[in-house]
Design a protein around this ligand. Sequence first.
Ligand code: MSP
Length: 498
Amino acid sequence: MKKFLITTAIDYPSGKPHLGHAYEKICTDVIARYKRMAGFDVHFSTGTDEHGMKIQRCAEKKHKDPQQYVDEMSGHFRELCEVLNISYDDFIRTTDPKHIRTAQQIFRDIYEKGEIYKGTYEGLYCVDCETYYTEKDLKDGKCPVHGTVPETVSEESYFFQMGKYREKLLGHIRKHKEYIQPDAKRHEIENRLNDPLKDLSVSRTSFDWGVPVPIDEKHVQYVWMDALINYLSTIGWPSDEAKEYWKSAVHIIGKDIVWHHTVIWGSILMAAGIPLPKTVYVHGFVNIKGEKMSKSGGTVVNPVELAVKYGADPMRYFLVSEIPFGSDGDFSLESLFTRNNDELLNNLGNLVNRILTFISSKNASKVTKPGKYDEADRAMEKSIKRYPAVVAKLLDSFNLQAALDNVMKLAKEGNEYFQQKEPWKRDYDNCLYIGANLLRSLAIMLSPFIPESAEKIWKYLNLPGSVHKQKWDSAAEFGVRPHHVIGTPEPLFKRLSV
Ligand code: MSP
């Protein structure tokens, strides 16, 4: 079976998860679930980035040992995955021994190739992004991401000769358009690479909460030189199996860490003699009223509370349908409620309910045997057969929003078909047979997006096994046979209001 690796960024557990973390995990989960149904052996990893100065300081503030602190905080991110039905295969923590081993191995490999030298780092550092800055990078003397004044650092450090990879990186980026997606992000990085590229400080001595540098234990590895390597440790690099997964690696990340994932990670991999990931796909930010969520502004949304209160599926549905993947978007409870009520409840829920209750009440829960098709039947059948390939193509090109939109279009066509056929007035054999198969097809195509509801449709249809185990292409088939007895339908969605 062909292997496929997909990863989210690993989150800083310096606070509880917010909606941005939820968004990234949901979108990545949609792709992972789809790829499994498309026949791939998927490894989907997510996790927490637990070392570095930021974490050490947070732990100190709480009078906790850093390990105890990250053990506790990492649990919140795992909980987020559970409540949102994120189907990860590995939750990787950078304090896992398997990760520490790999992180040290890569450092050592690069050192032994002569790519790392000792020097002194003098300059600016933003602890919140754990990133080195030059004066030129700053906005009014402040970090461009956090708006805080960076600290001035001067310490002995090991340096990685990143600078010499500038041209090679540019060559790779230009040749492999799929390496950085969407295109606008690729252009941004290409432009930045027109300037000289500096070597990267890859170790610190002023604190000790990190992976010890294998060749000099006075130093700890720079947190990005540790964190990025999680993508290799999660698959058990350098096993043969890991190399197979790596060929198809896709990193899903937010727009603030594109440089780290394409230039820093790309050059580390080049130095280590490891191929670059196939794609770094960059998504936008979830904002509140057009503004970045902020603790001080009280606009940080707790996604665990939301999912528990309103359900994982309405949240998953909202975030994927509302925000074009690759652009910024806004979250508000009102728009979550509107999408839930208008689209999930009134379109999809209504369709499922109509068809299934009709089969239960009019035909003793048995799917009818179809007769001769009329034009409406033929059109509906054609759509059921056509949509799975359309949606697959959109998912393969990371167009999650359009993919979901198309599935919902099919549901809408289904409602119109039912309305047009008026089965309560005349012969309903074709309508119920096609309707049951339409629901089957929708359940399969919805399963990556709203897994709980898709599984419910599957159960109401009384089909064997789990919808998540179905082959994607089988959504185009008519798998519900005449005389099949369906289960007992229940309402799929609740109306949401304040
Ligand atoms: N620990 C680093 C990543 C290391 S990956 C080797 C980090 N952590 S983070 O917790 O700050 O961010 C984790 C992910 O969430 C990143 O991809 C980031 O872009 C994303 N998001 C953070 N805020 C976000 C929004 N408001 N909206 C959407 N995604 C956002 O960076």
